[in-house]
Design a protein around this ligand. Structure first.
Ligand code: NOJ
Length: 599
């Protein structure tokens, strides 16, 4: 993995209506190797609830709004909804700062709204995966209020405190802080507390068994309610070296991955904690778990998902989404863009990690990343549809569970704000202030944010071409992209060739051909081709060829001895075949069955 600026936030890091989760039968619990599982076969659709649909006119998406749009979600053919945090929160980091794990954020509605939403999802055969944010909570959580009140409070050890009489604690990064520090001084008890993100997000002390039991009890409560899984926020961060040895900023910069893993995350207790969590919670239900595998590498990821270890089911890595940024800088794209050959290598190498054991994931966008179209395709009007459907073809024809971000099915693109005032994300705002304080180049920062900022993918969903895109009746919490005029559900439903219809077609193709497209062997072809990503998928003695042009110049592919059979999907007819050579149009994508016998 390329080195990235280390002190910034780089997480570059069944149901039926009535179904409360029932305990699993022993026979349902073999290890995963070679095992078919519903979460392996699923397409996950991630919804950023703040931006999906506002039902009460306050400019913020909410649960009732979402519930009203479940027929749309179902119509996509997806199986699982992953919802970003909806718990009680003062919203310093859009819900990733939880003040009450058993409540619903006021802007989003009530627990009764949640129950209706979950029931309506299950009625439609959709499963719900919630975000589990337990590396940290909010400084407004009762645990923290108690903890900070005195050094002898029973909750004191729920967090990491450093008494000031020992001097200043060793430097640790605080990603969303203008001064970059992960420690904050609290005069009430003359101590510092640790927060890897903003000071509003104090880190929980997982070395305290009482805290762990509280978390497991909370998870059990949600599973008993019937939720179908958790995506676990920065889960490797829960285990760190709590002696807090000195490590300088320079050292951290120098050996980012090593230092991070050694001192700050993936610590020696991580797997004990996850095995304990599995035993006390996860093993009791038929649910899916996904680690946000921040900092994990090809060498360490298996430890999280190896079925024999009984920890989690899947993890997602950051190697793919880090490609193309300049090393050592905050989200500045390499002017030359990213190299397709490197992209292919990353996804192929990660596929091989899980080829025989465990299970992988694939994604190109989420709420922490820009829009996939802008970042990995080409959002110029003439290439938008082609490159967007090409990326969809990639995501849905790879092995591993695809995590598809809402709005990508419409071809939504980055909003590319010009001014810092338009941003709402704590990451962009604090980094701007940090650069300003250092007298850095603010224009360069803003230009970089047009590609890399998280708010690019958090803009409201575009339902129609009206002033507020059918998202709200009042002022939206974040501006809506002007391209709502062409890019919206209403218009795309009417156009049989839209990216929306293509997405549905591609989801159906994956589901109709699970042996091949979900489980089948993956083989990269023509790895040095600079324009075309080509691979085969193979199962039961049959093979398909996937061809994806990642270039505005199209690209060529040599068939060698392969013989083309039936075309399964093609985002741009026709496929130009001349002898052994296929000439792809810009961003053309197709999947073609191969005739098994070569000439
Ligand atoms: C990862 C989440 O995906 C991101 O949105 C959040 O800011 C940090 N973790 C802190 O919780």
């Amino acid at each position: 993995m390329k080195k990235q600026a280390p002190f910034l936030y780089i997480l570059i890091l069944l149901s039926t209506l009535s179904c409360n989760n029932s305990p699993k039968q022993a026979a349902d619990m073999p290890n995963n190797d070679g095992q078919k599982k519903w979460w392996k076969e699923a397409v996950v659709y991630q919804i950023y609830p703040r931006s999906f649909k506002d039902s009460d006119g306050d400019g913020v998406g909410d649960l009732k709004g979402l519930t009203g749009k479940l027929d749309y979600v179902k119509s996509l053919g997806v199986d699982i909804v992953w919802l970003n945090p909806i718990y009680g929160s003062p919203n310093a980091d859009n819900g990733y700062d939880i003040s009450n794990y058993d409540d619903i954020m006021k802007e989003f509605g009530t627990m009764a709204d949640f129950d209706v939403m979950l029931g309506e999802m299950h009625k439609r055969g959709l499963k719900l995966v919630m975000d589990l944010v337990v590396n940290h909570c909010s400084d407004e959580h009762e645990w923290f209020k108690q903890s900070r009140s005195s050094r002898t409070n029973p909750y004191r050890n729920y967090f990491h405190w450093w008494p000031a009489e020992k001097g200043k604690p060793a430097f640790r990064p605080g990603s969303f802080e203008v001064d970059g520090s992960g420690w904050r001084f609290d005069s009430l008890t003359n101590s510092y507390y640790l927060h890897y993100f903003s000071y509003k997000q104090p880190d929980l002390n997982w070395e305290n068994p009482k805290l762990r039991q509280e978390i497991y009890a909370m998870m059990n409560r949600w599973f008993k309610k019937g939720v179908d899984g958790f995506r676990m926020d920065v889960i490797p961060f829960i285990s760190k070296d709590t002696t807090f040895p000195v490590i300088t900023e320079a050292e951290l910069k120098e050996k980012y991955n090593g230092a991070w893993d050694q001192y700050m995350a993936s610590g020696p207790t991580l797997h004990n904690h996850l095995q304990e969590m599995n035993k006390e919670v996860l093993s009791k239900y038929d649910v899916m778990t996904l680690a946000e595998g921040a900092g994990t590498t090809k060498a360490t990821a298996m430890n999280l998902v190896d079925p024999d270890r009984k920890e989690l089911d899947m993890s997602y890595h950051f190697e793919g989404v880090s490609l193309g940024y300049l090393p050592g800088e905050f989200k500045q794209m390499d002017p030359a863009g990213y190299k397709l050959t490197e992209f292919k290598k990353i996804y192929s190498d990660w596929d091989s990690v899980f080829a025989d054991k465990g299970w992988g994931t694939v994604y190109l966008g989420n709420h922490d990343q820009p829009r996939m179209l802008t970042r990995w395709g080409n959002d110029a009007p003439e290439f938008r549809e082609a490159s967007s459907t090409m990326l969809t073809t990639f995501l849905l024809s790879m092995r591993g569970t695809p995590f598809y971000y809402f709005g990508d099915e419409l071809g939504m693109s980055n909003i590319k704000f010009d001014k810092i005032d338009d941003y709402r994300d704590i990451e962009s705002i604090s980094m701007y202030e940090q650069i300003k304080n250092k007298g850095g180049d603010l224009q360069r920062f803003l230009n970089g944010q047009k590609i890399g900022a998280r708010d690019n993918s958090r803009t409201p969903f575009q339902w129609d071409a009206s002033a507020n895109a059918g998202f709200t009746t009042s002022t939206p919490w974040l501006k809506i992209n002007d391209n709502k005029k062409e890019i919206n559900v209403e218009a795309e439903e009417k156009n049989p060739n839209s990216t929306l219809h293509y997405f549905r077609k591609m989801v159906k193709l994956r589901k109709d051909n699970k042996d091949m497209l979900v489980y089948g062997r993956y083989t990269l072809l023509d790895k040095n081709n600079p324009d075309v990503y080509a691979y085969t998928r193979e199962a039961n003695g049959e093979k398909v060829l996937v061809l994806l042009s990642f270039s505005k110049n199209g690209g060529a592919f040599n068939l060698d001895k392969m013989q083309l059979g039936e075309e399964w999907i093609n985002n741009q007819q026709p496929l130009k075949v001349n002898g052994n050579t296929i000439s792809l149009q810009p961003y053309q994508a197709c999947i073609i069955k191969l005739k098994t016998s070569a000439p």
